[in-house]
Design a binder for this molecule. Sequence first.
Ligand code: NAD
Length: 475
Amino acid sequence: MPHVSHSPDSMFERVCQRFDEAARFAPDYPPGLLEQIKACNAVLHVQFPVRLPDGSIRVVEGYRAQHSHHRLPCKGGIRYSPNVTREEVMGLAALMTYKCAVVDVPFGGAKGGICLDSRHEPAEVVERATRRYTAELAAKNFIGPGIDVPAPDYGSGEREMAWIADTYRALNPTQLDAYACVTGKPLSLHGIQGRREATGLGVFYGLAEALDDPGEMRRLGLTTGIDGKRVIIQGFGNVGYHAAKFLREAGAVIVSVSTHEGAVLDPQGLDVEDVHRYVLETGSLRGYPAPQWYSDPAAALVEPCDILIPAAIEEQITADNAPRIQARIVAEAANDPTTPEAERILLGRGVFVIPDIYLNAGGVTVSYFEWLKNLSHVSFDRMSRRYQENANAKVIEAIEALTESRLSDEQRARLTRGPDEIDFVQAALADTMVQAYRAIYRTWRERGLPSLRTAAFLIAIEKVATDYLTLGIFP
Ligand code: NAD
């Protein structure tokens, strides 16, 4: 495989470069297999008219890249941003292929983009663009429960997913599994508990597992555990807010959070819920009463902390700021936040980089559970909760009889409680993140690889290659 050493311009090239770095350590595969895995299988580019509130028409551009069809459906979010490009969605789609492989989610990778600022456009414009984009995908067979299943990403959330589900359902009124065409839906529209916070919670579980390693923490000059760690988070949207929330609940000190408008910083620690309320009420982080405000959000990245979590957009940690970053751990919640050059600088300085294709996989993991729930038309708790409660009650009664004592009603209620959907989702997410971390870490150490990222890519390459060879889809 060619080893590209220049700093690539597009996200897709950067992902390919990282693939190539890991492929050097892969076993010998039949000629052409690695090239096929790396290639983006299909890209749809659409342009469609959307009526604006003043009656005029705007032509909106959209993309959907299906990076890999080795497993179906393809899966990946839809990004809403005026800056979306073809190369960007191809790069994000490729990351999805490797991400799904790393956490054993049986999907190929995809990603979509709509060139629209969903935060500032009127809701009716975003709705019209979303519905029309969905119709374009449906017309080209780029959406469907067994074909390609979108989800939220930067600039989109439950509202957009509801419009997509509703449009797809209207176009396929007799399709039994129609609601499995998209994940990240509101609970009232066949969503699943725990999807909203899944990516941030996955970041939390992944970090908690990394911080649990005494040897690694000693090397970094840190104590084990989340409690007391100083954390800077870039981006305070779905992923950034939820990561901040769970870390703070576990005792971390959130020193700084930021949005595209700027960053707030308090060395004593921010009240994450209070900041979140402020942003929801005012629509902005600007003006939040914190000791320090930076109108350039990037300025906060180099402030003192133990853990830096980029959770906004790509290419935020660069060769320019990497030498000044004070964090000992960079935990990539965003996709592609660290340039290859910056990563080399960080690794050279002994910084521990937890890569995006592992760390932000919580979203697609819980999306997988939502898709399964939609296909089975029953929630995970429904078939087992009462059975489990009855079984728990019998064990308690037996223990009470043997010990000739009685639990209080409160103790009994706590111990007999059966699992809700959220309990299944969070336990399965925690298990997924822990198992995947251990596999990456072991691969990194045992095979003497340059970074955790290389280990994660190598694991993904080997899993996808095995699929190609065993599913009979490679000629
Ligand atoms: P979001 O739209 O909910 O929030 C994005 C946040 O980033 C906003 O607060 C925005 O103001 C901020 N931001 C934008 N540019 C910034 C800058 N230059 N400096 C500081 N803040 C900036 O998006 P999200 O869903 O939280 O996604 C964030 C990242 O996580 C993206 O890279 C996305 O691809 C990735 N991701 C998201 C999910 C998911 O489930 N939503 C899953 C995996 C990965």
